[in-house]
Design a binder for this molecule. Sequence first.
Ligand code: AMP
Length: 352
Amino acid sequence: MIRTYCCVLFLYFCSMETVVSGARPTGGLQIGNYFGAIRNFVQMQEEFDKCYFFVADYHSLTTHPEAKELNYHVKELLATYLACGLDPEKATIYIQSHLPQIPELYLLFNMFAYKGELEKVPTFKEKVRSQTESGKSVNAGLLTYPVLMSVDILIHRALKVPVGKDQLAHIEMARDYAKRFNYMTKSEYFPEPVGFSYTKELIKVPALDGSGKMSKSAANPNSAIFLMDEDKVLRKKIMRATTDSGPTEENQAKPEVIENLFDLMRLVSTEDVVCHYESAYNDCSIRYGDMKKQLAEDMAQLVNPIRERIKDLIKDETYLAKVVKDGGEQARESAAKTLKGAKELMGMNYFG
Ligand code: AMP
């Protein structure tokens, strides 16, 4: 009896934790975004009272998109959120730049974020390398990206952040900034946020060509499966995924590209199907062509209906506008409260 009561109480307190996450409108989403982030958003909106999911348009400016492109991708991302199952009745959906409190808190946070630590962030170093190679400049927005991301989370004093594994270092920085602010203001104002996934760990969905993580802006567009890929395109990409010439000894360890293929299969296929191909690999009878055909079929079952819903939703601009108008109002209310409290703690409430 006591145990049941404690359990109910625990679930009640968990449901009160605030959730925040978003994605950048830098192109159509790929299945790494779906499995690393969006799928969790959809489940979390059922279990947590306060969920904020946003379109990170400021973040996308670090890579200088064309105005027309940005405008389209913001609408496409909103349509994608809704097509994947986000419900404006259950979660607050908004556009980052609709909250003027975000740049204001970002300015304040920049005062206790240090150049040296920002320069050491692995994603920044990687971006510097790739942008310099392609002759692009590196702007200050790119350097302070983790500060803005911390503000995105802390503007609602959120604790849980559903993200992919690539965001771990950024979440760690958000924790540091929360701690730093609390220490400076002798308060416990900001919670220390944590990355969240319903899987055992935060996940990384691999690219199809063995080039690391799947990414919407990869140089090789065939390395990613996009939620907007037509059925034929999606199947073709999977059939062309990198493999090797097959196992030569029973129970031999899988090379990375083959492990990647199994990882993708674990995301969309049933346990029986995965077991079947695992055994076939272990006794060297596997035919990668058959495995890829099965994987393509199971992936198509997931992606096809989402793609068709995105196509419908993107045409309904009136509905999309209403979703972000209502979401923006709710999000601004929460953000204004947080900002006011933070400024008071910093002594910036000069005349009441
Ligand atoms: P972005 O498009 O970079 O704004 O990413 C949006 C979300 O998708 C973030 O939570 C990322 O961690 C997640 N994500 C992006 N690519 C992958 C991937 N290949 N595997 C897992 N999560 C990913």
